[in-house]
Design a protein around this ligand. Structure first.
Ligand code: ADP
Length: 199
C-alpha cells in the first residue's frame, strides 16, 4: 500500500474539481482546491480574499508565494497527515519547486499525478454551462480565454516534469462522473494506492 499524496491536473472544464473531491472522499484524504480556498476567502471578506479578488476575476494567477503559503498551511492541518489530493496547485514550474522543497523536507514525495484530459471544445462547453449554473465571477469570456492560455503555456509543462518521474496517469475525462471516477481509481489501484481497509 502506498499513501495517497496526489495531484489532479487538467484544463479548465476538465472536471478536475468534481473528480478531485470524489477521489479524495473515496480514498479518505482531503481534496484541497486552491481555487476553492480563494473563493471561500473572497466570500468571507477575509484579508486573503481582498488580496486575491481582482487577480482572480481577471483570470490571472495569484502570486506563487501567496498561493504556496495557503497550500502549506492547509497541508499542515491534521487531516492531511495521512495523505492529500491537491487540485489546482502546482500550476507552474516555480510552484512545482516550492512543493518539491516542502515534501522533500518531510520525506513524503508525491505518489501519483492524475492528468485529466478533455478536448478543448468539451472544456469550453462545460465552462459555459458552469457559468450559467454557478455564476462564477471569473467565468467571463475574457477570463476563461486567459486561464486556458495560461494552462497551456504554464501548467501543461509541469506534467512533463512529473512524467519524467513516472508519476503521471493520463485519464480520459469524457464519460459519466462514475465512469471517470472508476478510471482514476483503477489507475491509482495499479500503483497500490487505495482506501485503507476500515480498522
Ligand atoms: P480553474 O481551473 O477553472 O481556473 P480554479 O478554481 O482552479 O479554476 O482557480 C480559480 C483561480 O484561482 C485561478 O484562475 C487563479 O486566479 C487562482 N488560483 C488557483 N490556483 C492557483 C495557483 N496554484 N496559483 C495561482 N493562482 C491560482
Amino acid at each position: 500500500m502506498q499513501a495517497a499524496r496526489l495531484l489532479i491536473v487538467g484544463p479548465q472544464g476538465s472536471g478536475k474539481g468534481t473528480q478531485g473531491a470524489r477521489i479524495g472522499d473515496l480514498l479518505g484524504v482531503p481534496a484541497i482546491s486552491t481555487g476553492d480556498v480563494f473563493r471561500a476567502a473572497i466570500k468571507d471578506g477575509s484579508e486573503l480574499g481582498a488580496k486575491v479578488q481582482s487577480v482572480i476575476d481577471a483570470g490571472d494567477l495569484v502570486s506563487d508565494d501567496l498561493t504556496f503559503e495557503v497550500v502549506r498551511d492547509r497541508l499542515q492541518q491534521p487531516d492531511a497527515a495521512g495523505g492529500f489530493l491537491l487540485d489546482g496547485f502546482p500550476r507552474n514550474l516555480a510552484q512545482v519547486a516550492l512543493l518539491d522543497g516542502y515534501l522533500a523536507e518531510r520525506d513524503e514525495p508525491l505518489t501519483a499525478v492524475i492528468e485529466l484530459g478533455v478536448a478543448r471544445a468539451v472544456s469550453i462547453a462545460r465552462i459555459a454551462e458552469r457559468a450559467r449554473e454557478q455564476g462564477r465571477t471569473d467565468d467571463t469570456e475574457d477570463a476563461i480565454a486567459k486561464r486556458l492560455s495560461i494552462y497551456e503555456r504554464e501548467t501543461a509543462p509541469i506534467l512533463d516534469v512529473y512524467r519524467e518521474r513516472g508519476l503521471v496517469d493520463t485519464i480520459d475525462g469524457v464519460g459519466s462522473l462514475e465512469t471517470v471516477t472508476a478510471r482514476i481509481l483503477g489507475a491509482l489501484a495499479a500503483r497500490g494506492i487505495a482506501r485503507p481497509a476500515a480498522a
